[in-house]
Design a protein. Structure first.
Length: 247
């Protein structure tokens, strides 16, 4: 079995699959956070070189399914402007990846997650203007190439206040799907071989789709405030574990 799943143990495969389900469920039900949870788990289970592209593929499946399921609510102007900035950033990312070593990616991810949990997360709201959307697409896409889980940044940039929950979910999912697709293209050009990971990716994407379907059914029904307190504590422990492991 392990030879079909890049040599990973059955326990690791089960943990990654469950994490993909939970990450998609969290994002669908609460709007954001599942990507950070998934990459925090993956950072402790997969090799550094594979971390960002694998996370990108799984999240593309999760966000893509959510974008399809909410497609009638998408604001095409918002997503289109964000996409232009994202495409420009993907060209810059090729040079960025050449300047850093993959071995520092896990601790960078852990530090970024700690900042997401405890640092200031402003409501940019710059997504209200065309220039802001272009800049947001460029900046957050560049960031996702090194730390992966930039969903909270995209969420803050688009701005949730005053936006219908379904429109927000559709726009956010579409923007994140594009980011992850561009990430896969960039890492492919950088030489990452996806072939040996395909069975695991298929399993994780399937579990992510199931998590999305169930999460959308409880959208707006969970006690968001209480859940986020517990979720922040869990992310903190996962990030600290990654830092300790890679110290």
């Amino acid at each position: 079995m392990t030879e079909w799943f890049a040599g990973l143990s059955p326990v690791t495969i089960a943990l990654l699959s469950a994490s993909s389900f939970l990450g998609s469920f969290i994002t669908a039900a609460l709007g954001v956070g599942g990507g950070a949870f998934l990459i925090a788990v993956m950072a402790d289970l997969v090799p550094p070189l594979a971390l960002i592209p694998l996370h990108g593929l799984v999240q593309m499946g999760s966000n893509g399914s959510r974008a399809v399921l909410t497609r009638k609510h998408i604001d095409k102007q918002v997503v289109g402007l964000f996409a232009i900035g994202a495409v420009i950033a993907s060209g810059c990312a090729v040079f960025l990846l050449g300047a850093i070593g993959t071995e520092i990616i896990p601790p960078l991810v852990a530090l970024f997650i700690l900042w997401l949990c405890w640092g200031p997360m402003p409501e940019f709201g710059l997504g209200k203007t065309p220039t802001g959307l272009l800049l947001g697409g460029w900046l957050t896409t560049l960031a996702t190439m090194t730390v992966g889980a930039t969903g909270p940044l995209v969420s803050a940039w688009l701005g949730r206040s005053g936006v219908d929950r379904w429109i927000y979910t559709a726009n956010f999912s579409s923007c994140m799907t594009l980011q992850h697709l561009l990430k896969i293209v960039v890492f492919g050009f950088a030489g990452f071989a996806f072939t040996e990971w395909l069975p695991l990716l298929g399993l994780m994407i399937t579990m992510g789709y199931i998590g999305t379907k169930i999460g959308l059914r409880v959208l707006g029904k969970l006690p968001e405030k209480q859940f986020k307190v517990l979720f922040k504590g869990l992310l903190t422990l996962l990030a600290i574990r990654v830092l300790v492991t890679w110290a």
